[in-house]
Design a protein. Sequence first.
Length: 238
Amino acid sequence: MSGSIAAEVRRLCEALAGGLVVSCQASPGEPLHGADTMAAMARAVVSGGACAVRANGADDVRAIRAAVTVPILGLEKDDTGAHPVRITPTLEHARRIADAGADAIALDATDDARPEGGLVGFIAAVHGATGLPVVADVSTLDEALRAEAAGADLVATTLSGHTSRSRGREDPDLELVAACVAALRVPVVAEGGYRHGHDVRRALDAGALCVVVGTAITRPQAITSTLIAEAGIHRGTS
């Protein structure tokens, strides 16, 4: 790791340590989709105490960067089907996120095939092109170990339950968090299915650097639907 990236990693980890990161994302077709809305969402969660924001796409990252000063964990999802992985699949995706103002690049580090060679070369290329830390999204401990060996600066449990190798895992996957903390030297970010404060606390107590929460905070349609289902009441009509 170069000295400049090591300094960026230290700065990022100091900002994230013991805190809550909020994922401000809305997919096309969702009511809140759009950079301006996500920037407003970022301002809201930061005012509530979020230590950082996770954001998808250059437009959203750019708007959020103009709205808040906390670190942004940037990624770019590619839903074209042109690549075997969805989260920041190519160097060009990573460059766009970096140019938009991200403080770190999140990317898929699962065992699914990468479009641009192996994970070692890809992470090195992202480091070289952006000068930013890499957050490796994984679904298993084996993937986490390989991501660390490949040069990832942080490892996140984001994709637990989303690959064939992790189907049926508990949500949130606190067992994976604890296993990663015990086995890795790099910081571990807990992400995926965190909906309650007690689970956030458990992840931090297990040694996670920070916890990322998304749907439970930033997707009102999902929150509303869940409450209606749990209460057993009728749905309104739009």
